[in-house]
Design a protein around this ligand. Sequence first.
Ligand SMILES: [Ca+2]
Ligand SMILES: [Ca+2]
Length: 183
Amino acid sequence: MRALFPFLLLATPVAAQEAALLPASLPPDVAEAILARPDRFADMAADLIHGHGTGGTITPAAIETAIALDHAFYRTRALRPFHESDLDADGSLTTPEVVARAATLSPPARARLMRDHAAADADADGTLSPPELRAYAEAAAARASRPLDEGLMRATAAFDADADGQTGLAELTRALQPLSATN
Ligand SMILES: [Ca+2]
Ligand SMILES: [Ca+2]
């Protein structure tokens, strides 16, 4: 036990110093994740700025758009097998439609389609209505999206050192460089 104390005395001030380098507005779990892997955060933030920003900077609104695009991707992915089963293109899926599509699939894919159909059919009437499909897609997006990853995306906005409403690559690099140097 005794041997631990010198380590703790040394380690705590360093961690506190590092945390003080981050914007104070960050949620604790997000700040912790950035401190644990500043290089990974820097890569994610740079990709976010390059992919969704303009001119090497990004606004909070553009970050929300990036997050919304991810959710749209997850919803679309979840709905695709159902859309492929909508034989009469009326936006609803009857049991005969799903059975017809299922017959063309491999046994695992067939099982998955039938299971997902049952899961999405909230009122168990055998037909997936547009509201049931929407609810299923929203639930799938909620399962697929990671709150911490989205917190890290939103954290990019907190590195707006000159408070002009945009976070630039240079601002990020300046803020994160001292962290990377100590790791
Ligand atoms: Ca249909
Ligand atoms: Ca139904």
